[in-house]
Design a protein around this ligand. Structure first.
Ligand SMILES: [Zn+2]
Length: 498
């Protein structure tokens, strides 16, 4: 539920929102960052724990090399510069889910800094207008445990604790306060997730908490230089909710300021059910974490040689891939955008496009025929009954004129009905073919030519584009069943004929 807008459009226009995001991404290592406990999600509570992640006296942390490599890879994908030396620090605070009483994080010497993500400014990805959102830093840290408020007998009066997550490696990615609207924040998160997924260092599964977002928001009068007082919306678990929470906060800030009040700097939680944020009564806002260098860990050194090895494993990233695919296959920006939504999809498309007669038609079919049907049935691309090879085969059949666009649509419907791939259904239907019998078409063409002398005259006077009008009429008369290529041939012959 989103509450109705309380602040007028005029007032909204008077203020400019300033948004920065902090994103925690769980790295896909098999073991935790400072011990060898498993990071597996969903195991029985408190089964993946040891003296190190429980913070027992005398236990010492040992850094997981893979966690460093994953974080460096993510940082490179986000265009950050990697610091050869970074320092782990203790962030001290008291909370039941933090057995040591401090979290090992990085503070004034983070692993990576000065990156950026380019976002599209318009909803339609075809405008080409992009904005650069700065990334202040990316650092490594360990996750805390999880408080459980439900699912056991005395849950009403007690909170239980699961420490399986304690010590799971996280990359924290902090943006500059460069975003100026909830839409930009949404777009930034979408691109960020896409890039991280391409690198393969995290599954970014928000339901399982592998990607979490805190949003900092303030408003200021347009034209004003100084930032307003910010609030922080913590731990929002979907991008859509981040956008809604920001929209709510912007209006709340403006209402307070317009009525002469002051914004209190605080952390807030978003209740998606009410569509509202609420202040947290925690003392954490004091932010007195008393950081100091972690005495049990050496400085982390990622020298140029190691950086080069990691960089070599960096895959082609979505933006670069889109540009290349547009060039290579002659597809539109919109097509490229859809086809690179996941790395798997882009891989599948490319292997299909290499063998297709016309890659553009493959891209087209994915957009126009496949994705719509998948969406209607609530399916992901991986669950599609029609494989990319099936799309390619169908595209080739249309391209050669063997089947019509209308026949393809019917075959696709059957594929979804029977949950079978395209070629299987095409065989089952006895390899249907559209008619190449031209006599009916010739009759239709003659009738049209007789009925439209003006258009015929224009055509014969040199306006060759007029053929489109006749083709359109024939296609309409045949209810889309005719083979456009054939229609074109017959009409050209008739129109040029006498
Ligand atoms: Zn452990």
């Amino acid at each position: 539920m989103v509450p109705t807008v309380a602040v007028s459009e005029d007032l909204l226009a008077k203020y400019e929102p300033v948004i920065g995001l902090e994103v925690h991404v769980q790295l896909l290592t098999a073991s935790k960052i400072f011990c060898s406990c498993s990071t597996r999600f969903g195991d029985p509570p408190n089964t993946n724990v040891c003296p190190v992640c429980l913070g027992l006296p005398g236990a010492l942390p040992v850094l997981n090399r893979k966690a460093v490599e994953f974080a460096v890879l993510a940082a490179m994908a986000l265009e950050c510069s990697i610091n050869e030396v970074s320092i782990f620090a203790r962030k001290n605070y008291f909370y039941p889910d933090l057995p040591k009483g401090y979290q090992i994080s990085q503070y004034d010497k983070p692993l990576a800094e000065f990156g950026f993500i380019k976002i599209d400014l318009n909803e339609s990805q075809t405008s080409g207008k992009q904005k650069r959102i700065g990334i202040t830093r990316l650092h490594l840290e360990e996750d805390a445990g999880k408080s459980l408020h439900e699912g056991f007998a005395d849950a009403a009066s007690k909170t239980a604790i699961d420490l399986n997550r304690t010590g799971v490696p996280l990359a924290e990615i902090v943006s500059e306060p460069d975003m100026r609207s909830p839409e930009e924040a949404y777009e930034y998160l979408t691109r960020l997730k896409e890039i991280i997924l391409y690198t393969g260092v995290s599954d970014c599964n928000m339901e399982e908490g592998s990607l979490r977002c805190d949003a900092n928001i303030s408003v200021r009068l347009r034209g004003q230089k100084e930032f307003g007082t910010k609030t922080e919306v913590k731990n929002v678990n979907s991008f859509r909710f981040v956008k809604q929470a920001l929209e709510y906060e912007i209006e709340r800030h403006i209402e307070i300021l317009e009525s002469g009040g002051k914004i209190t700097q605080e952390s807030r939680l978003y209740n998606a059910h009410e569509g509202k944020t609420h202040g947290m009564r925690s003392k954490e806002q004091a932010h007195d974490y008393r950081y100091f260098p972690e005495p049990d860990l050496l400085p982390l050194v990622v020298d140029k040689k190691w950086q080069a090895i990691i960089r070599a494993s960096l895959p082609e990233l979505p933006e670069a891939r889109r540009q290349r695919m547009m060039k290579e296959y002659g597809i539109t920006a919109g097509d490229a955008h859809t086809l690179t939504l996941t790395r798997a999809m882009a891989d599948q498309f490319e292997s299909a496009a290499r063998t297709a007669r016309n890659p553009r038609r493959v891209a087209n079919l994915v957009q126009s025929e496949l994705l719509g049907r998948l969406k209607a049935q609530g399916l992901e691309l991986e669950q599609s009954p029609i494989s990319m090879a099936g799309v390619t085969a169908s595209a080739d059949l249309v391209e050669s004129g063997a089947i019509s666009g209308k026949m393809l649509k019917d075959l696709y419907d059957l594929c979804f009905e029977r949950k079978r791939d395209f070629l299987a259904v095409y065989e089952e239907q006895g390899r249907p073919e559209q008619s190449r019998d031209t006599s009916a078409l010739e009759k239709l063409a003659d009738e049209l030519i007789a009925a439209n002398p003006k258009q015929v005259e224009q055509y014969r006077a040199g306006k060759k584009t007029m053929i489109a009008f006749f083709v359109g009429q024939v296609m309409k008369a045949s209810k889309g069943q005719a083979n456009p290529q054939l229609v074109n041939e017959v009409l050209t012959k008739r129109l040029e004929g006498d």
